[in-house]
Design a protein around this ligand. Sequence first.
Ligand code: IMP
Length: 199
Amino acid sequence: MPLSLAARTRLVAATHNPGKARELAELLRNRFEVVSAGELNLPEPEEPETTFVGNAVMKARAAADACGLIAIADDSGLCVAGLEGAPGVHSARWAGPQRDFDHAMALVEQRLEEVESVERSAWFACALAVAWPHGPVVAVEGRVDGTLTFPPRGDRGFGYDPIFIPLGGDQTFGEMDPQAKHAISHRARAFAALEAALF
Ligand code: IMP
């Protein structure tokens, strides 16, 4: 039987990042009853994998097996072409324990200067995984391509949004209306792929 998710299923969202948890909840709204890993006091797992999909699968698996609910997890980040895909799966780590994204964005600019790269292409990637407790797992990935701009612009969104201009646009994700970002974001695209696979 193909895997599917019925409406109103109770899901655990296996993320401890408040910005992403909010976006994930918005994307899932009206379809499922979503409880977060934080609300269930689940431990926050390490992210030892080298790919977004690997980390998403590992987090969904851990949450589902720990609490017995079907779990959805994501892993995402900013990949910079001139930095061979960095910060990538280490995007959160570049901001340090204080989650200081002004620092992380300055680091991106500094590293590009260090490697004397004039390349400003970048993309956000998002992997989503749904795991059944002690059962199968389904994973998909979405991305949005764009260009980096410095200094950062805009105070909407989160993370690296203020330095990222999606292809075809002139505003950064940090300046854009949140609904406009949601319409084209890596997370929305991953969600559309998941929808096609499961719902
Ligand atoms: P992780 O998935 O918890 O490892 O963290 C991913 C990190 O990537 C976040 O902390 C953000 O810094 C960054 N990131 C992911 N998605 C976005 C986005 O939509 N806008 C800005 N930054 C993002």
